[in-house]
Design a binder for this molecule. Structure first.
Ligand SMILES: NC(=O)c1ccc[n+]([C@@H]2O[C@H](COP(=O)([O-])OP(=O)(O)OC[C@H]3O[C@@H](n4cnc5c(N)ncnc54)[C@H](OP(=O)(O)O)[C@@H]3O)[C@@H](O)[C@H]2O)c1
Length: 367
């Protein structure tokens, strides 16, 4: 490989950073590329697991011949951390090396530490700069962390598997399977990269799904599930549902209206206040935040998805569309009343991929 341009180095760091998805919460996904003084790649690494080495430290570990660090250039997707937490400060570690420059993608969003990593590096005589470009990609890599920091709530993804005419089930409730195997394999991955799944009692009562990830990469991961069950309809047989057999008791939360919580043989009942349109979803997210749940993937019926949309609490949509027409049946926006075009939820940064014969439209929602 020849010398790399800054954009190539940052792109490599971005791709590398995404490999930590599902394992770093509550930390951000971060990737790091190190180039020698001639801009040749000498290390590429990511933050792999919470509590373990940060991307910069993992990249440094790959370099056996430390003379290569003389005049080297570091490209990292997020400002090197200034603080000592579970691991030593990356900014201090880098400041002690004979490197020439550090280029980072985004400033640390935490106002208490933002700019401090850069200051430490500048004080040690390194050239320090914020990368000019790839802002959308850099924000997307760190989107869960940025939402947690900026708005103090979990990041909300919504997964929908629908027909071309927007149906998620036939009129008789049959929904397995609208999409093909390849799309469903991707869903297993998506379930793994979020801290928790959210569903409604209707889906449990109709389909009795496991709602865990069977992607082998996440086999040892705690897979939390939140069931929105205002009337406590799932509680009497709680241990018998497939979701309860598929995960440990500590990872199950059933959300009920005030007054209905009771001790359960499996899982925990949580009370959340109810407004006109059902649970107060802001309160729900606040409760989940307090439980150290930093991201959720909603996989539920159309009324539930619509409530999150109406509340402006969908951050990312994953819409799998099968090339099928189902006619009458539940739509994924069931009950979503929109009076003027100005009120329609705005999608941005839209990406379309194919999985077998199905399409996946991924987009951010304005929030
Ligand atoms: N294709 C797909 O991607 C997909 C994914 C999941 C499910 N599905 C299909 O969807 C159908 C189930 O739909 P569904 O609407 O019956 O089930 P659901 O959305 O899973 O669950 C509805 C239940 O959740 C409660 N709920 C949800 N959000 C709430 C909120 N914000 N506040 C209060 N309560 C809330 C509802 O309460 P209320 O009774 O008070 O409204 C109701 O008890 C099934 O046929 C299933 O196969 C399809």
């Amino acid at each position: 490989m020849g010398p790399l341009a800054p954009e190539q180095a940052m792109m490599m760091a971005l791709e590398e950073g995404s490999k930590g998805a599902g394992f770093v919460s509550p930390n951000p996904l971060v990737g790091c590329a190190i180039l020698d003084q001639n801009y040749q790649l000498i290390a590429l690494a990511h933050h792999e697991r919470v509590g373990e080495g940060h991307a910069e430290v993992n990249a440094l570990k790959q370099i056996q011949n430390t003379t290569l660090l003389n005049g080297a250039h570091i490209y990292v997707t997020l400002e090197p951390c200034a603080h000592e937490g579970r691991t030593p400060s990356c900014a201090k570690t880098l400041a002690e090396l004979p490197i020439a420059s550090v280029t980072y993608g985004l400033e640390d969003p935490n106002p208490l530490v933002s700019g401090k990593g850069a200051e430490i590096l500048r004080a040690s005589g390194k050239k320090v700069q914020i990368f000019d470009g790839l802002k959308d990609e850099l924000e997307e890599l760190a989107e869960i962390f940025l939402m947690n920091q900026r708005q103090g709530r979990p990041f909300v993804g919504v997964k929908v598997a629908s027909s071309l005419d927007g149906r998620i089930a036939l009129a008789d409730g049959t929904s397995q399977w609208i999409t093909g195997e390849s799309a469903r394999t991707q869903v297993q991955y998506l379930r793994g990269i979020y801290d928790a799944m959210v569903t409604g009692a209707g889906t449990i009562l109709k389909d009795d799904p496991r709602l865990n990830s069977r992607d082998p990469r996440f086999a040892n991961k705690q897979q939390k599930l939140i069931v929105l069950d205002p009337d406590g309809e799932t509680l009497s047989r709680i241990a018998e549902w497939n979701f309860a057999k598929a995960r440990s008791s500590d990872d199950i939360f059933v959300v009920v209206r005030p007054g209905l919580a009771r001790p359960l043989s499996v899982g925990r009942a949580l009370e959340v206040p109810v407004l006109d349109q059902g649970f107060d979803l802001k309160e729900l997210l606040q409760t989940l935040h307090e439980l150290a749940i930093h991201s959720v993937l909603v996989e539920a019926g159309g009324f539930t998805v619509s409530r999150f949309l109406r509340a402006g609490l969908v951050d990312r949509l994953y819409l799998f569309m099968a090339a099928k027409i189902l006619g009458e049946g539940m739509s994924w926006t069931e009950g979503l009343k929109i009076r003027t075009l100005a009120e329609t939820p705005r999608l941005r940064k839209i990406r379309v991929q194919t999985f077998g014969e199905d399409l996946l439209l991924t987009a951010r929602l304005r929030s």
